[in-house]
Design a protein around this ligand. Sequence first.
Ligand code: ADP
Ligand code: MG
Length: 341
Amino acid sequence: MTNLKQLGEFGLIERLRSRLNTRSPRVKKGIGDDSAVFSTRPNTLQLTSTDSLIESIHFDLKTITPKQLGHKAMAVNISDIAAMGGAPYLALISLGLPTSTSKKFIDELYSGLQTICNSYRIELAGGDTVASPKHLFINVCILGEACKNRVFYRTGAKPGDQIFVTGNLGDSAMGLGILMDKNKNFIAAKHRNALVKKHLEPTPRVKESGLLAKSRLKVTSMIDVSDGLTQDLGHLCAKDKFGANLYEDSLPVSEALKSACLQKKHAPTPWVLQGGEDYELLFTIKPEDVKNLKRLFLKADSFVSHIGEIAKSPKKITLIKRNGSKVSLKPATGFNHFKRK
Ligand code: ADP
Ligand code: MG
């Protein structure tokens, strides 16, 4: 099987270039020069973000296919643009590859990247390729744009603002749990597949972000849930100036997660509160907009849950349980790279 030793850096780049032809008229030069060249639009703000996935920290090649890896690397970056109310349009990919990497692996990786880029109309306009001694890494730099007055920041929520989240939470973490579990047959295949898919092939919420951006709703803050609900909600609490109340009964739990928790004799709530990598949008709106928000999402056939409100109490996130009792949640119980056990 051909690997990078035979192909070489320039052979590889040429191979990528011949496959990744840019289409958008705004990209004047994609792969092939010292920089990509593109034009911007009036009345917009430009957004940019970058995120890396490192083998053995973010993924294990035993459990993810190269195609899924390409999808995920791009999806997590798209999600960062969506979290600001923006639409992605251009991306650069940097790869660190062990010399033993096969041509087939690269082809499949780029097939995953290309498929997701096509579905969101993102141009793959370049990147960088280096040799990595042992582990593979993939970095994406992404550009997006948002309407000048409709960029949503993490800061801006005030006490009384209502908290919403798209989709379900906790599925990705349970999906990862299943991938690491020797006994994968403890739940029905359809639930297992749904949970694993949420972990390996997350859907960035571009549609929902677009709904909010195009609406007149008073969105006061937004973030994508990558490190777990409790931790990411902390970022919406104005650098700990405020707190939040969450209603256990309103937290979105999928049938698949319920089933997995039932089999494992776990309560689903900790999975929902702490599970990372769901890439759902967590946002706040003014209380008078709650009805309109629900109507908008219903009409668009998008799932959203009203899970709580911003509270005055600094730093305190309180879970109101089904029986009415209150539990104070520890502020940062999600993922932290430098505090891993
Ligand atoms: P430089 O020497 O300026 O770093 P390179 O030889 O690394 O240039 O890159 C040549 C062209 O190939 C550039 O347009 C760059 O954006 C593109 N490119 C390099 N690596 C990749 C990659 N992994 N994916 C997509 N495009 C790439
Ligand atoms: Mg280079």
